[in-house]
Design a protein around this ligand. Structure first.
Ligand SMILES: [Zn+2]
Length: 157
């Protein structure tokens, strides 16, 4: 199956478009490495082990407010991060964006609102897999819950 899941910063629409026929990148862009490393160590803490590697690169996505996307292909999985969004984001926002895309690509997670009722008492979503980017305050307040929930229903790649 070829599919792309995109994270949108301003609306709640899930976007699926035709995926890529071949990867655009080799390996992982150095700018994404530290956060990737963190994600992979969280996966191990949650007893999830991946056999394959996702490639990650930066570009101008140019699809409205889409700031990140994961392409699935039978032979590779690849993340695009929007370069403008990245350059103007805090470290916390970069981390929530990459964790979201990594969970699409490594865990085959789709967009959802996590466990019932979908929001914490403070209004923050219960999962980073919600279809829109989350507030940095939510990431700071619920980092521990998010970094565990991402590996629920993970189908390791
Ligand atoms: Zn997404």
């Amino acid at each position: 199956m070829f599919a792309t899941f995109a994270l949108i910063s301003s609306s709640c629409t899930t976007v699926n478009v035709a995926g890529k026929a071949s990867p655009e990148y080799v390996g992982v862009d150095p700018r994404a490495e530290a956060i990737l490393k963190k994600y992979l160590s969280l996966s191990i803490e949650n007893n999830i082990h991946f056999s394959n590697k996702v490639t990650i690169g930066f570009k101008h996505i140019n699809r409205g407010s889409v700031v990140g996307q994961c392409s699935w292909n039978p032979s590779f999985r690849e993340i695009d991060i929007d370069i403008n969004y990245w350059n103007y984001s805090t470290y916390t926002s970069k981390m929530s964006l990459l964790f979201h895309e990594l969970s699409h690509c490594y865990c085959k997670r789709r967009h959802d609102h996590g466990n019932n009722p979908g929001h914490f008492e403070d209004g923050c979503p219960t999962s980073l897999m919600c279809p829109t980017t989350i507030e940095d305050d939510c990431m700071r307040a619920h980092y521990d819950e998010y970094s565990k929930e991402l590996f629920d229903r993970c189908q390791p790649w």
